[in-house]
Write a protein that binds this ligand. Structure first.
Ligand SMILES: *Cc1c(COP(=O)(O)O)cnc(C)c1O
Length: 382
């Protein structure tokens, strides 16, 4: 069983995808065309965002959102030390300086107290990252932001479907992002991403930045025509083949999320009490009504690497999210951190392992993985 596949999903969706692809070929517009505009509208409707700006990856979405929010050279952005590397490298690419803070050890998301301690006179923004199955503690983090007048930019790349008191992830502060990397809850057949925001000026600026800095004719929502280039943008347009695939997959996203929830619940039921498994995913109660979405089923294991090797030897793929805390990555060496600076982030990197979780899986697949984890724990050969 691979760590991830969407072969069955695509087989089932193929007639729908094929007719949408035929439209792309008939239009002859393969980048920033009609399917992209349609997808932006459908995504805005699905999430409740006023604007969805399609780009070519979640990483680009972060960089362009930070730029559109007015990040200036040397501005500090508070980022958790345990997240995908792009959360922090986007800050550097946008000209800012990431300042790390520790995570909450149960939810793996930015710890509001550690974030507040990281504020300096140069702090301009704070980046909560919503990981695996739930959102960071947004009430507490919005409070930190309010007290220190920080702009909130959410790395909601993994968080499609997650809501905070009914508000979709990414829409609690200035804006957020989504990634449609194939393994994500809404995955394309390659790279793609989007910026979500309720702010028309941010949407317009981000829409221009992705398109060589051209305002106008860049968003379905802003149909003006202008080839005037007023800022230095990049080429991060979304391509229509991905948009067509995403439109088809969006029609069954609610079902996919429900299926993920059933599979995750089965894992939790079967793995409870397994020796050597130190922690199962724990959705913590918040001060808000929340909607967890299982993107990744992450457990902590005593002998993590040995367990991964054992499962691999028995044909089960796993993944390590994330292998090293960001403050100890070479690309951030200039920030001068040492082991011990963010103990919860470091512990998470040493102990966590992601088990396969995707709509193509069956409950029997979950049983098989759980049997193997149990056998590994009790030392019985398979
Ligand atoms: C996937 C992901 C990204 C980057 O998205 P890409 O589309 O792969 O560029 C950023 N942050 C987090 C937390 C992610 O999971």
């Amino acid at each position: 069983m691979p760590f991830f596949t969407q072969a069955r999903t695509f087989e089932a969706l193929w007639p729908d995808i094929r007719s949408r692809l035929a439209e792309v070929f008939d239009d002859g517009k393969f980048s920033h065309g009609r399917q992209v505009a349609r997808f932006e509208e459908a995504l805005a409707r699905w999430t409740g965002a006023r604007y969805a700006v399609g780009v070519n990856s979640g990483t680009d979405a972060l960089v362009l959102l930070l730029r559109a929010c007015g990040l200036q050279p040397g501005d500090e952005v508070i980022v958790p030390a345990f997240t995908f590397v792009a959360s922090a490298s986007a800050v550097v690419l946008a000209g800012g300086r990431p300042v790390f803070a520790d995570i909450d050890p149960v939810t793996y998301t930015l710890d509001p107290k550690s974030a507040a301690d990281a504020v300096t006179p140069r702090t301009r923004m704070i980046m909560p990252v919503h990981l695996f199955c739930q959102m960071a503690d947004m009430d507490a983090l919005l409070d930190v932001a309010r007290r220190h007048r920080l702009t909130v930019v959410e790395d909601s790349a993994e968080a499609i479907g997650m809501r905070w008191n009914g508000v979709h992830a990414g829409l609690l502060g200035a804006g957020g992002v989504l990634s449609f990397f194939p393994t994500k809850t809404l995955g394309a057949l390659g790279d793609a991403g989007a910026i979500l925001t309720d702010d028309p000026r941010l949407a317009e600026t981000a829409g221009a930045l992705r398109h060589h800095g051209r305002y106008g004719r860049t968003l379905a929502h802003f149909p003006g025509i202008s080839n005037e280039t007023t800022v230095n943008g990049v080429n991060s347009k979304m391509d229509d083949i991905q948009a067509a695939v995403l439109l088809a997959k969006l029609t069954r996203l609610h079902e996919d999320i429900a299926r993920r929830a059933r599979l995750a619940a089965a894992y939790t039921e079967r793995l409870a009490g397994t020796p050597g498994v130190l922690r199962l995913p724990t959705v913590v109660p918040r001060t808000a009504r929340t909607n967890p979405v299982f993107y990744v089923y992450l457990v902590e294991a005593e002998l993590r690497d040995e367990l991964a090797a054992y499962l691999a030897a028995h044909g089960v793929g796993t993944e390590t999210y994330y292998p090293a805390p960001l403050h100890l990555q070479e690309c951030f060496a200039s920030l001068g951190h040492r082991r011990g600076d963010f103990p919860h982030a470091e512990a998470a990197c040493e102990r966590t392992i992601a088990l396969p979780l995707y709509p193509d899986m069956s409950l029997d697949d979950v049983d098989r993985v759980c049997d193997l984890v149990r056998r590994f724990a009790t030392g019985r050969p398979a």
